[in-house]
Design a protein around this ligand. Structure first.
Ligand SMILES: Cc1cc2nc3c(=O)[nH]c(=O)nc-3n(C[C@H](O)[C@H](O)[C@H](O)COP(=O)(O)OP(=O)(O)OC[C@H]3O[C@@H](n4cnc5c(N)ncnc54)[C@H](O)[C@@H]3O)c2cc1C
Length: 426
């Protein structure tokens, strides 16, 4: 009989927490996992009942993330409703520089995929409800104390306050609930002084499965191809960076005015903007935690790092980190160590650190170099984009970053399955 109520507690069942739970169920089925999620479970809304809405929010999954979901046995279901990104067009408004990445140049059919967040959540939930993972929802983790070889986690649910013991707590609460701070982690924030406006838009021309990254004097914008809609191929997901003032002005405008302003910023590569859906917006910050582990507890997903969404790297980085963590948990069980053992969590941090640092730097430098106009960097960025197009090595490096193939991933060992070395799919 184990001395703990469960082995691993995951605080937060969003995309990161649910993916970690699934990876644990696949790789270490003997380890008892409990997910504590603040929202009630929507068990009735399973994939069979799925109808995408015009305003669905989506995530750009890099090609490397597809490989991870393939290894977790989720891709065949997930791929029913994803849109491939076959090309990426990077340009600088009013400037000469532009570069184009094409999946065929890298021997793949797609550089990445656009997936509806709700669809991803439903697919994960469907798999998890069929697994041995336990759910406590709606319930919130509010505190944790370290105990000999493990942790005591305090949660609040409809029954009131109670505690659960486990070998380890993984915090995947998205960083907004304050659990990270309650537990004494010290995030560093860099405020970009800008906001991301998110909306789905329709265009008169088909996107032809091309994603656009466009840098303007007011900040970067991205358009990701989406499937479905009344005219399939004519809908894209917009991420538009705006200052506080520009955002306030834009939100006051009619939809027709918003389309007109977007047209001025983006140009005519997708023809005319004919519709803009519901707009949501977020202040843009880079949040990182230098030491995301301590004995008994680790931060993952947005709780560990929140990046600028225009480069579409945040969740992809989180996924690679989750696989690294699961691999260290697997080694810990082989070596008879507790999942929360300081050595186990430190090894996870060491193995993920380089990818984490490089991805944060990649994402941040895109924003600093291509952000609001700074005369001294304008020439550098022109040279950068032209250089990317002319230098096969630089372009290939950029493409591999965008595809989520820049670093090595953890080896995924599944019981009874082939142990596949993380391929770099060079
Ligand atoms: C506008 C925007 C666009 C983006 N686009 C991309 C993209 O294209 N590609 C990409 O790779 N990344 C993208 N990202 C990043 C990506 O969305 C995040 O990395 C991802 O959603 C993080 O998931 P998470 O599970 O860490 O956090 P969340 O999705 O925030 O989930 C946290 C979960 O924890 C629960 N919770 C909170 N507090 C508690 C508590 N105390 N106890 C229990 N449960 C709790 C919440 O209910 C929630 O379900 C984007 C981000 C933004 C903001």
């Amino acid at each position: 009989m184990s001395q703990f109520d469960t082995d691993l507690i995951i605080a937060g069942g969003g995309l990161a927490g649910a993916t970690l739970a699934l990876a644990m169920a696949r790789v270490l089925p003997e380890v008892r996992v409990t997910v504590v999620e603040a929202f009630p479970l929507a068990a009735a809304a399973l994939p069979a009942a799925y109808q995408p809405s015009y305003d669905a929010r989506s995530t750009a999954l890099a090609f490397g993330s597809r490989l991870i979901y393939e290894e977790l046995g989720l891709w065949s279901r997930l791929s029913e409703h994803v849109t491939p990104i076959r090309r990426i067009h990077v340009s600088d408004r009013g400037r000469f520089g532009a570069t184009r990445l094409d999946a065929t140049e890298h021997g793949q059919d797609a550089l990445g995929y656009v997936a509806d967040n709700r669809w991803m959540g439903l697919c994960l939930m469907r798999e998890l409800l069929d697994s041995q993972v336990q759910w406590r929802a709606p319930a919130e983790v509010v505190d944790m104390t370290a105990e000999a070889d493990g942790v005591r986690v305090v949660l609040n649910d409809s029954q009131g306050r109670q505690s659960l013991t486990a070998q380890c707590l993984v915090v995947a609460d998205g960083g907004r609930s304050g659990l990270r701070e309650t537990l004494g982690f010290q995030p560093r924030h860099h405020d970009y002084g800008q906001n991301a406006l998110i909306a789905n838009v329709s265009t008169s021309d088909s996107h032809q499965f091309c994603a656009f990254e466009r840098f303007t004097d007011a900040g970067p914008m991205a358009l990701l191809p989406q499937g479905g809609g009344v005219r399939p191929g004519h809908q894209s997901a917009l991420v538009w960076t705006l200052s506080d003032q520009a955002l306030a002005d834009l939100l006051e405008r009619s939809d027709a005015d918003k389309c007109r302003l977007l047209q001025e910023r983006f140009g005519w590569r997708l023809g005319r903007f004919t519709r803009i859906g519901e707009c949501s917006h977020y202040p843009l910050k880079l949040t990182t935690v230098d030491e995301p582990v301590r004995p008994g507890v680790a931060l993952v997903g947005n709780a560990a790092h929140a990046l600028h969404p225009v480069a579409g790297q945040g969740f992809n980085l989180a996924l690679r980190g989750l696989m690294t963590l699961v691999e260290q948990f697997r080694l810990a069980t082989e070596q008879g160590l507790s999942l929360g053992d300081a050595r186990v969590l430190r090894r996870y941090q060491q193995h993920h650190r380089q990818d984490w640092q490089q991805t944060v730097q990649f994402s941040d430098s895109l924003i600093r170099l291509f952000g609001p106009d700074l005369a001294p960097v304008a020439a550098v960025r022109d040279a950068g984009l032209v250089g990317l197009d002319l230098l096969p090595g630089a372009k290939r490096w950029f493409a591999r970053k965008a595809m989520g193939l820049g670093g090595r991933r953890a080896v995924i060992h599944r019981p009874g399955g082939p142990n596949r070395e993380s391929s770099d799919h060079a």
